[in-house]
Design a protein around this ligand. Structure first.
Ligand code: ATP
Length: 490
């Protein structure tokens, strides 16, 4: 597979400029770069979703198929996207044979299900072909996507941040599977913001920066700091996390959770987050951590207990949570986070619309200034406040979600995997902004699977099967967290 001198423009934005990347058969090749570097754009060219403005894509020395021949593309390359392409209202079997159910004749449902069963067995995917796809977890959905790609004949698979929503055990299982695929000759392009993963699973790495190719090297020949330097164009390394001074016991609680419970997700839980405190919550996929944060943020209704902010009980629902002073960064920015048709500025300033002009009016100049300040503070790479939010790269969109959650100087900030899809350098500025909010008196509840996020917390609660089983004060070791997440003591 090769991209030779490819360029791509979106309006005035150059997303790729004369990029050449060659991937040898059977190789596992990493593609890394900061948010907005052009990785997803390159994937869209490699999968035939977009055509390059210049240069060409080749497979096995042959020119790429015509754009309209989707079948030919599917036989050459498949992409497991961050956003699943599995259709939840269809069964697993229907998803597997999407676009090719009948091969001409009428659809024979029984035969379809049988073939799906054989296929899942062949690829070692333990999923019922008759189950609705909506019932699948993230891990199972990815496996179904991979099985679908292989069964269509593709021997080149692109994995776009496949670990972003998996817990540690699922990541290990995925990596074991990828090694198996590599051993059987499947070629892979692996995109990740977790450089450790690049070293664990890839042979070769290509770095893009500002739409340009920077380097391609065997991973064994480039150290972590040099890789970060190639991505950022700066020689300076990442900074260590400075310890926060301990909270005074007399500081009032910003957030109090009293006997809060959600049937099937987590058991009654009581917890206080002081003003200025950052409390981390982690755990495996089934620990209940995300449901807990979603209840506090108003996205789910508790089956028992109360949430109070500054001593006042918060009603159910997102509007009540917002009124009470809770800012939320939800898990799925596509579903709950942003309004794609509005501009970056409109999205970032939505919660403060009432402050942007007199009597319900919005003064455009004031909005632009507020939006510009957010763009600078969160290091958002965009043409400007008027660019549609849909034009942002994934990591930059995540920064807009955080800008919005903090726009009203919330009393409480509830963050769910806030740095998902955010590049190594931007993570620093994003977590720095969270700390600045805490220093100004906001109580922060941060649910995360990332040790790098959790390092910024004053203490970390580990949940296991719906209960807090461990509390770790700052200064914990990685093995302590991992052991508690797995439900074994360190
Ligand atoms: N449909 C589009 N319209 C306008 N601009 C776009 C569009 N798609 C991408 N861009 C721009 O092209 C540039 C490259 O974006 P791309 O999504 O390829 O980055 P990325 O490296 O995948 O980033 P991330 O790590 O955040 O996912 C960005 O400046 C982005 O805003």
């Amino acid at each position: 597979m090769a991209a030779v001198g490819v360029s791509k423009h979106f309006g005035a934005t150059t997303a790729l400029s004369d990029v050449t990347m060659r991937i040898a058969p059977g190789e596992t090749h990493a593609l890394v770069g900061r948010n907005g570097a052009g990785k997803s754009t390159l994937v869209s060219l490699l999968t035939g979703l977009h055509r390059p403005d210049g240069g060409e894509i080749r497979f096995g020395g042959e020119p790429a198929p015509p754009a309209a021949d989707r079948g030919a593309w599917r036989r050459r390359v498949a992409c497991v996207f961050q956003r699943s392409t599995i259709i939840p209202t269809l069964t697993v079997a229907e998803n597997l044979f999407l676009n090719r159910q009948s091969e001409g004749g009428p659809i024979r449902w029984g035969a379809l299900r049988r073939r799906a069963g054989q296929l899942l067995e062949e690829y070692g995917v333990g999923v019922d072909p008759g189950a609705p796809a909506a019932d699948l977890g993230v891990e199972q959905r990815q496996l179904v996507e991979i099985a679908r790609a292989l069964s269509q004949g593709a021997r080149f698979i692109i994995l776009d941040e496949p670990t972003a929503r998996l817990d540690a055990a699922a990541i290990d299982r995925l990596f074991a599977r990828l090694r198996g695929l590599a051993a059987s000759g499947v070629t892979m392009l692996f995109i990740s913001h977790h450089l450790q993963e690049v070293y664990t699973v890839c042979d070769t790495v290509t770095v893009l920066r500002d739409a340009r190719w920077i380097l391609t090297r065997p991973v064994a020949d480039i150290g972590h700091d040099d890789l970060v330097a190639a991505m950022t164009g700066e020689a300076v390394g990442l900074t260590d996390v400075a310890r926060r001074p301990p909270r005074d016991a007399s500081v009032p609680a910003a957030l109090r959770i009293d006997g809060l419970a959600l049937d099937g997700a987590y058991e009654p839980l009581t917890l206080e987050v002081k003003a200025g405190e950052i409390v981390g919550v982690t755990g495996s996929g089934s620990s209940g951590k995300v449901s807990l944060a979603e209840t506090v943020g108003g996205l789910r209704r508790a089956s028992a207990g109360t949430v109070s902010v500054g001593g006042a009980t918060v009603g159910a629902g997102v509007p009540a949570a917002l009124r009470a002073g809770i800012g939320l960064v939800p898990q799925d920015r596509h579903r709950e986070g942003l309004v794609p048709l509005l501009s970056v500025g409109e999205n970032a300033t939505m919660p403060i619309a009432d402050r942007l002009g007199p009597a319900g009016m919005i003064l455009p100049g004031r909005r632009r200034a507020a939006a510009q300040a957010a763009i600078e503070r969160y290091d958002i790479r965009t043409e400007g406040p008027d660019a549609p939010v849909a034009s942002l790269s994934g990591g930059n969109a995540q920064k807009v979600v955080l800008a919005r959650a903090t726009a009203r100087e919330p009393k409480v900030l509830v963050l769910i995997n806030p740095t998902a899809g955010v590049d190594v350098r931007s993570k620093e500025s994003l977590l720095g902004a969270v700390r600045a909010a805490a220093d100004a008196g906001t109580g922060v509840l941060m649910v995360s699977d990332e040790l790098d996020d959790l390092r910024h917390c004053d203490r970390v609660l580990v949940m296991f099967h719906g209960r807090v089983t461990t509390e770790l004060q700052a200064g914990w070791s990685d093995t302590e967290v991992v052991a508690a997440v797995e439900g074994v003591s360190a």
